[in-house]
Design a protein around this ligand. Sequence first.
Ligand code: 2P0
Length: 350
Amino acid sequence: MADKTIYRASTTAPVNIAVVKYWGKRDAQLNLPTNSSLSVTLSQSDLRTHTTASCSASYPEGDSLLLNGEPSDVTGHRTQSCFRELRARRAALEAADPSLPKLSTLPLRLVSENNFPTAAGLASSAAGFAAFVRAIANLYALPDSPAQLSLIARQGSGSACRSLFGGYVAWRMGSRPDGSDSLADQVAEASHWPDMRALILVVSAAKKGVASTSGMQRTVATSGLFQRRIDDVVPRHMDAMEEAIRDRDFAAFAEVTMRDSNSFHATCLDTYPPIFYLNDVSRAAIGAVEAVNEAAGRTVAAYTFDAGPNAVVYYLQQDEEMVVGTFSALLGDVTGWKDGVQSYKSPVVL
Ligand code: 2P0
C-alpha cells in the first residue's frame, strides 16, 4: 500500500522596509537587480506571513497554494523557479541518503496567510516569498543557510531575499550572469541598535496602482534619472548607510533614508508615462517629519515610502512621545486597523 503520510512544516516571515531601495532589474528571468539595496526587517511586528507547507502521496497531482483562503496561481515562472530549486536540493539529499523519504517527487500544498493588506505597498511579496521558501526548506529539512535560501527567495520576489534575515540586511546585486552572487547578507543584528523603532502609517490599504515589477521595467526603459541613480546615488547611499548603521548615527541614517526615498520617487516621476505612488497624505507625513525635526532642533524622525502611499517613519525610542504625538495630531488617535483602514499606528520594536 502506498504511503499516505502527510509531511508538514510551518514558518512565519516578517516584512522588511528598505532604506536604500531596490528598483530595476537587469535580468527579469532570474530576477537580478540593477542596484544593491538595504532594509530593516520588522521582526517583532505583526506584519507577517504565516505559511504551512505539506506534501503527501495522498494529494492530487500538482502543487497548490491557498493565499488568504483563496486558491492562487502557482504556474508563474517565479513560483515555479522556487519549487524547482527547492526540489532539486531535496533530491540531492535523497540521492545521498536513500533512507530519507522521497519527498521531492510528491505534490506540495502551501497554505499562506498575511495579517496585513496584500499588495498595498507593505512588502507583502517580501514576507510571502520568504515564508514560502523557508516553509518548504523546513519541510525538506534542507541544511542551506539563510544566505543560500535568499538566492531562491530572490527568484520569487526580489525584496523577499532580505526577509530571511532579521535586523539590517543588504541585498548585494552581484555581477555574475547566473545570479549566484545576488544574495542577501546581514549588516547588523537588530540588537546592535536596540532603540530603533518604526511607525507604520497605512494611508491606504488599496492595491497599488502600478505593480512593482511592471513599474520598474518601465523606469529602466524610459527614465534618464534612473541611470544616475544606479551609477552614482545608490552606491553612495549603500556606503553611507552601512557606516551610519555601524556607528549608530541616527542623523546620518535618517538623511540617507529620506534622500533615497526621495530619489526613488523622483525616478518614478521621471518614468514615462510617470508613476505616482505618493498622495496628499504621504506629502503631509513628509511635512510632519520635517516639522518634528525642526521643532526638536535635531533629526528625530525619518520617512520612507515604497511602491504605495503608506509611510514608514523610523525614530529612536527616546523620541517616541514626540514622534508618535506628531502623527497622532496628523492622523487622529487611531490604533489598529479601522474600518476601510484609514490609518494604522503601531510603534514597532525591531
Ligand atoms: C524595496 N520595492 O527595496 C523596493 C522599494 C518597492 C520600492 O522591492 O518584481 O515586489 O517581485 O522583484 O520585490 C518591490 O519590489 O519586486 C520592492 P519583484 P518587489 O523594497
